[in-house]
Structure formats: structure tokens, C-alpha cells
Design a protein. Sequence first.
Length: 522
Amino acid sequence: MTRMLAAADTADAARARRRTAPPTWLVVALACAGQFLVVLDVSVVNVALPSMRTGLGLDAQGQQWVVNAYAIAFAGFMLLGGRAGDLYGRKRMFLVGLGLFTLASLGGGLAQQGWQLLVARAVQGLGAAVLAPSTLTILTAAVPEGAARARAIGTWTAVGAGGGAAGGLVGGVLVDVLSWRWVLLINVPVGAVVLAGAVLWLAESRAGERRRLDLPGAVLVTAGLATLAYGISQTEAAGWTATATVVPLLAGLALLGAFLAVEARTAAPLMPLGLLRVRAVASANVAMLLSGSAMFCMWFFMTLYTQNVLDYTPLEAGLALVPSSLAVIVGSKLAPRLMRHMGVRYVAVTGSLVAAVGFGWQSTLGVEGAYLTSIMVPGILMMLGAGLAATPLAALATSGARPGEAGLVSGLVNTSRTMGGSLGLAVMATIAAARSGGSGAPGALTDGYALVFRTSTGVLLAGAVLMLLWLPRKPSAGSSGTAPANSAEKSSANASTNSSTNSSGNSSGNSSGNASANSSGS
């Protein structure tokens, strides 16, 4: 009798939950809205950089850190964010991440000095790292497996891609009509609405497995990257042998060394070093790091070129880069089809070579550059190549791991891409400043930007050679028992949209959320 009553109570509770559960479409909409904010904010600030420089008196190094403060915090903490959702609840981490992101947006929009803006951007990156993993796990927990979940994930990835592509255009409109502050302040009302909806309608969920957080690892890798990037940025003003350069460089390397030591000892590392012994994982991560160091710089310097040299308005600059944003989506969608005919390695190499042609073309830019030949066509080639290369690299890395490690390995690939982009931007900004001699004259700026694109061309060519020699010809089946080709297609389907949004802004926005969510055991 007691058992019958308990069973009846359980059934009544289940019916009550079904009656009070929000519509699935509403949960999907909230998850997509959170992801859209994260990805949009990666790219929306690029078009506002010249206006930020004027409004807050930022120098070239300060403009670089407006982008890098967000990217480094995001890269350092994004895997930790996924695991925090496992331990403390996905809804709770969604609210914490979105709350941090929204408050930091308010602080950045009200900043009166450059350092205040940089601190706000770093906190934004931290909030995004906590928020992004929860968006996908909340969605998958609400939608049952099968066609409905596939459609929901397709919507999620499409919204992320749209956020990356729309960033420049939205930023241009806001800066032209209002001011640069609104590229940050716009997040406040939107974030408040999404927060209210999440409190009212999202259900809490946790993973069954309880793993402790590797907080020391996340802090060490973030501090190491930031210190190393700062040291690199000091070389232009102080030189390579000056104390102001050597000390942060050595400190950054020491922090990264401490990070590796912690990862080797901890029971639940952010970056399991044993995975790097797998050829596909190691080669894909190195290739992503090199590729990211070039691709990350494209949006930064193209925005500066269009506004500082060609005198485009922010809106015109945003519109000018829309074809490039669309090209990376086309490349990422085309890659899985080519992989079936050419093989994974050769598609990655082809993508890198196409991008190198675009960067080489862009290096011929001039003070009187025409839109068609100095922006649109080379921009399309650069980003078409980015989409073609990123998808097979993500597929290779994921297929080289055991089933339970696939999401974690995907997260490592996206972390490598974002880290490479952050350090690459520090190096390229230093190169541009050294060539221009600190002059703001259009001719001097053009010389600096051209050298950046030539250097990036060399990096991409070196990456293509590395891919040709080191990448496996095809993905391994791992221990899943699936065929290699099937494994590649599954990985590429997940990676294609992710790579598009990552290339659109930085890095990592969308893909990091996907990878971290998967690794956290949704």
C-alpha cells in the first residue's frame, strides 16, 4: 500500500511538472538569446574602436586590449564554466554569467577612462565564459533527443552565426546614430529581459557526475596569457631587452609553466595533457593556434584600415565587412561536402592556402584603396579560407578522442584558437606600431597594416605546410566503433557553424560554448 501511494505521489509530481513546464520554444529562445549576446559582443566592438580611441584617449595598445581583455578571459575560463554548470546547476550558471556580462556591459558603457573600459571587458569575458556553456546544455536538457533536438541545435548555431555576422553592422549603426558607448549599453536592457525570462521559465539541471573545479588551472592560464600578451605589446616602445619587456615575458612563461604543472597533477584538469599525445588532437590544436593568430587579426585591422585610412563611417565600415562575415559561413558549410571527396587533411590545407591568398592580396592595400579590390574580394578569400580550414580541424581533433572526451577535445581546439588569436593580435599590433613609427598619418598606418597582412600570410603558409606533414589523412574512429568518415561528418556538422562564428569575431564565442557544454556532460 505504501509503495502504491509513493508511486501515485511520484506520478502526480511528474504531471505537475509537465503542467508547469514552459513551452520548449521559450527555453530554446532564451538559450539562443544568451548565446547571441556572447557572440555579438565578440565582433560588435571592432567597428567602435576608432571612436573609443577618440572618446577615452586610447592609444594603439589600448585598442588592442579592448579586444584582448575579453578574449583572454573568455579563453581562460570557458572550460571551467562548463564544469561549474555541472556542479552548481546550468540555470544558476546561466544567471550568474548573464548577470556578470550585463553588469560589465553597463560598466564599460559608462567608463570615463581607458582602464575602466578594459576592466569591464575582462569581466564581460568572464561572464561570457560562464554563460556560453550553459546555453547549449539548457537547450539539450529541455528538448528530447531526435529530430526536435537537431532542429533546436540548428537554431542555436544559426543564431550564433547571425550574431557574429551582424556584429559589425549593429556596431556601425549604434556608433553612427548614438555613440560608441551603446555597443556595450545595448546589452543592458536585452540582458535584463533575458535574465527575467530565465528566472521565470528555465528549469534547473545538473550532470550526474560530480567533478571538482580546476580553478587554479583557469586562473594560471588566464594570468599567463594576459602577462605574456602584455610583455609582447611592450616590445615596440621599450625594446626586447628592456626590463619592462623581459619581466612580463618571463612572468607569463612562468605562469604558463605552472599551469602545465597543475594540469599534470590535478584529478580533473582543464586541459588533460595526455590527450595531446594523440596525433590528431596535437596537430589540430597547433594548427588552430597558428590559424587563429592570423584570422583573429583580420577584423581588427580591417576595421582600423577602413576608418583610419579610408575615412569610412562606423556604419560604412560595418557594411563593408558583411560579405566577409557571410563568406566564413559559406566556407564552414561547404567544408563537410568537400571532406567527403578530398579528405579532411586536404580540405584544411586548401582552406589555409585560400586564406593566405586573401591575406597576401590584402597586404597590397593602399591609401586610396577601392572597396572591391582592397576590402571585399580579399576579405571574402580570407574568411572563406577560415571557414574551410576550421571545420576539418575541429572534426579531426574530436574524432581522435574517446567518445567521453570528444566535447573536451573540441573545447581544447577552440581554446587553442582563441589563445593563438590573443597572442597573435599582441604580436601583430606591435609589428604595425613599429612600422608606422607611432604616426597617425594614413600612409604610415597603411604601411603598418600591410606588414601585418604580409606577416599573417607567412604564418598561414607555414600552417599549411605543418598541416600537410602532420595532420592525419583521415580522422580515426577512436573507441566509438564508428567509421572514420562517419566520425568526421558528425564532428564537422557540429564544428561548421561554430567555426563560422568564432572566425567572425574572435574567437571562441559560439564554439567555446558548444565545446564546453559537451565536455561538461550535458
